[in-house]
Design a protein around this ligand. Structure first.
Ligand code: PLP
Length: 426
């Protein structure tokens, strides 16, 4: 297809008229579709139905160290659950604290603790002035929501296919003692599906922060969420790399089983150095007597071990890979060669990152909504919801059925072409 910028005004006008008719046709169909939610579909949830059968009223609810999981106690998680979560990220079980049902909650808690109690006995961030976080963009809206909530100033750092712009990260971290943290999703980034290169991970581990209470918030949410469309991605173990670099305490790593089993009913964990774990447990002991050990036991009995979990993830991949492939092939078919958009082709995670021509994303999302297809709000992938170029859109193909997704994708490509043609004609 001819690139829009190479079309004459007349050609482009004719294209716009054709697209307008297609758009009106979709609008007349009273669609109610949704490509905004990074949620598993109902058939993915069905894969974990057996979770409901592994514990019964006559089950032995004693864990391997003899603890009766029905009662109070065990602050940092039962040993077999620690092992399972550690295995997901290649950590050692003693580096892991098992929390409750959500890693986002652990991240919120971690920022709150740093703000109000400080890091390893240091002065609370909240008493140090206007503290700052680096935010690789586009990124995960809920990360930015946490730091915004605590009044932390957020600084955009551009993302590349190998991870954040590390020259910028190193400069800002080493020069400004008010830079206290950075949000990272190292594997299958939300929303692009990028994977941090070994060099990026090593540069993170070797940072020389001006603030001794600087922490990397390493959200390994998609560590085992491969699409199995080629070799699964591998990343270096940040805890090991930080230790090798003489910075063992610089990272908090987060993980959960949300999108492995039932989101909202999974288990979450934080992994960190011995000093961090000891200090966090002291604070946690005030907060809780212990998290849900019955749920921890249920997970372990369901999966057995990390191999069992990997086999389960392959079943997820079989269900969602065709959806990623369908959306990408429709974009290639309808938008390829027009030179009006770019998108990623991930090997894992839950999203595809899409960039329109500058100044078009809001209008595309609005047009989609008018036609009955909900997308994640334009700007959501940036701190303060401000996409400086108004071009990034996060696409989430997992939740709709394949037929719904194909239809929504066709409406999307029509909206992208229509808005782009209108922009070029304006
Ligand atoms: N981290 C990332 C990068 C996510 O994309 C999501 C959910 O979409 C979460 C964390 C939420 O995890 P949890 O359900 O464990 O709170």
């Amino acid at each position: 297809m001819k690139a829009y910028k190479d079309m004459t005004r007349e050609e482009l006008f004719a294209e716009k008229e054709k697209l307008e008719a297609m758009y009106q046709d979709y609008k007349g169909q009273n669609l109610a579709l949704n490509m905004s939610r990074g949620k598993p579909s109902a058939s993915q949830l069905d894969l974990s139905k057996g979770m409901m059968d592994v514990l019964k009223s006559d089950s032995n609810l004693t864990c391997e160290d003899g603890t009766d999981c029905r009662n109070y106690g065990v602050l940092d998680g039962i040993p077999e659950a620690k092992r399972l979560l550690a295995g997901m990220i290649g950590a050692k079980p003693e580096q892991v604290i098992v929390y409750g049902n959500s890693s986002l909650n652990v991240m919120y808690d971690s920022v709150a603790r740093c703000m109000y109690e400080g890091v390893l006995g240091g002065k609370p961030w909240a008493l140090q002035g206007k503290v700052k976080f680096l935010c690789p963009v586009p990124g995960y809206d809920r990360h930015f929501g946490i730091t915004e909530h605590f009044g932390v100033e957020m600084i955009n750092v551009p993302m590349t296919p190998d991870g954040p712009d590390m020259d910028m990260v190193e400069k800002l971290v080493s020069e400004d003692p008010l830079v206290k943290g950075i949000w990272c999703v190292p594997k299958y980034t939300n929303p692009q599906g990028y994977v941090y290169s070994d060099e990026t991970v090593r540069r993170f581990a070797n940072l020389k922060p001006a603030a001794e209470d600087f922490r990397i918030f390493w959200d390994n949410a998609y560590c085992i969420h491969h699409l199995y469309n080629g070799e699964p991605a591998q990343i270096l173990n940040i805890l090991d790399e930080c230790e090798k670099a003489g910075n063992p305490d610089m990272v908090y790593e987060f993980v959960s089983t949300s999108k492995v089993v039932f989101p909202g009913s999974g288990m979450a964990a934080l992994a960190a150095s011995t000093a961090n774990v000891a200090s966090i447990k002291k604070q946690m002991a005030v907060q809780t007597i212990g998290h849900d050990k019955v749920n921890q036991l249920r997970h372990v009995r369901f999966f057995g071990d990390n191999e069992g979990m990997e086999a389960h993830m392959k079943k997820h991949a079989d269900l969602i890979r065709p959806k990623f492939e369908a959306l990408i092939s429709i974009m290639e078919e309808d938008l390829g060669g027009l030179d009006i958009a770019e998108w990623t082709n991930p090997k894992g995670g839950y999203f595809i990152g899409f960039d329109s021509m500058p100044g078009c994303a809001k209008e595309i999302v609005a047009k989609m909504k008018e036609a009955g297809v909900i997308l994640t709000g334009a700007g959501a992938t940036f701190p303060y919801h401000i996409d400086p170029q108004d071009r990034n859109i996060r696409l989430a193909p997992t939740f709709p059925t394949i037929d719904e997704l194909k239809l929504a994708s066709r409406v999307f490509t029509v909206c992208v072409r229509l808005v782009s043609a209108e922009k070029l004609l304006a």
